[in-house]
Design a protein around this ligand. Structure first.
Ligand code: ASP
Length: 333
């Protein structure tokens, strides 16, 4: 008789709508101590799987800081070292879930599955999506996920790579997309299956920093923008700046000089785009154009998007302040 090996999945609860409900004395829904009751409602169908709950925090995800994300990633990594642990599920508010997922992607070296999920409907709301997302995420942890895929997100029956997914809808249960990259896998009935493109492994692009630098603001360019916000960041001691420009990565000429002055002060400037697809490219050579900015030393972050470019810069600055090395770290994104 063959014995199936017992596998443990550690479920880290950080908070979010998945654990929220109307709470006494509060207008609207709020964290309400629902985690253990939520877990009690769910039993994995696989007999060889046990869940180990970890009540890590009960925060709405807009309250999560980069330091929280970093500490969480380190705690998850520590847990994955245990031989009995097959993978980790992280329950998280959806608003900043993609950023925490990307932090896990940067920090965790283990190849065991790390999958984040949440819900768009609160715990006591009709049509609550939390149990289904949790059940499918546990199941996805048992898959042979493609080596190098890194941390993933499972929401509404689809698995995305952390580095590719963004929250695109503020209300709908189908809130996440990897618009240009597509899904890693999906739910089919009682199974979770991999999408065909993942038959060839992609290299993992983690960084594994031992510390992070949180003083990195994310700014969005707007028409007629003057340099005051950038000067303000510099005077506050920002260690790096991420700016979401227009289109393929272009900003008003009025801020180009201020960005150059940051670079002269050894403050790396990373350029992202306000557009939801396409990324940033060195096309335009006029003052403030992407090619002009790149020639002055601004780092173009490709398709990463502003919030994740910020997480990458936060990690990179925890490892080095050498501009060349930071550029190298972004070239591998
Ligand atoms: N505002 C909530 C949060 O991110 C939204 C959610 O969980 O879906 O905590």
């Amino acid at each position: 008789m063959t014995m199936t090996k017992q596998q443990e999945i550690v479920v880290f609860f950080t908070g979010g709508t998945i654990g929220m409900s109307p709470a006494e004395g509060v207008t609207g829904v709020a964290p309400n101590d629902n985690f253990h009751e939520l877990l009690n409602q769910f039993k994995p169908q696989e007999a060889n799987v046990t869940l180990r709950p970890v009540l890590w925090s009960d925060k709405p995800s807009p309250h999560m800081t980069p330091d929280d994300m970093f500490r969480l990633a380190l705690d998850v990594e520590k847990t994955l070292v245990e031989p009995s642990v097959a993978g980790a599920v992280i329950l998280h508010g959806t608003d900043t879930l993609a950023e925490t997922a990307y932090m896990c992607d940067m920090v965790i070296a283990s190849d065991k599955p790390v999958i984040l999920t949440g819900s768009m409907r609160y715990y006591s709301e009709s049509g609550y999506d939390g149990i289904r997302n949790l059940a499918n995420t546990v199941r996805a942890c048992l898959l042979p996920l493609p080596p190098g895929i890194g941390a993933c997100i499972l929401m509404t029956d689809r698995i995305f790579a952390a580095r590719e997914a963004v929250k695109v809808n503020s209300l709908n249960v189908d809130a996440f997309e990897s618009r240009e990259a597509g899904v890693v896998g999906y739910v089919a009935g009682e199974s979770v299956v991999l999408a065909r493109r993942y038959s060839t492994p992609t290299p993992r692009r983690g960084l594994h920093p031992e510390a992070i630098e949180e003083r990195v603001p994310l700014l969005t360019a707007y028409t007629g923008m003057d340099r005051s916000l950038i000067d303000h960041c510099r005077s506050l001691g920002s260690k790096g700046i991420v700016i979401e420009g227009f289109g393929a990565g272009n900003v008003p000429p009025t801020i180009a000089t201020a960005l150059e002055e940051c670079l002269s002060d050894n403050i790396p400037v990373v350029l992202a785009t306000r557009c939801i697809e396409g990324g940033v490219w060195p096309i335009y050579g006029y003052p403030g154009g992407g090619a002009d900015l790149e020639s002055k030393g601004v780092i173009l972050c490709g398709r990463l998007g502003g919030p994740k470019a910020r997480i990458r810069l936060i990690c990179a600055l925890g490892m080095t302040s050498d501009m060349r090395k930071i550029r190298q770290i972004f070239s591998e994104a």
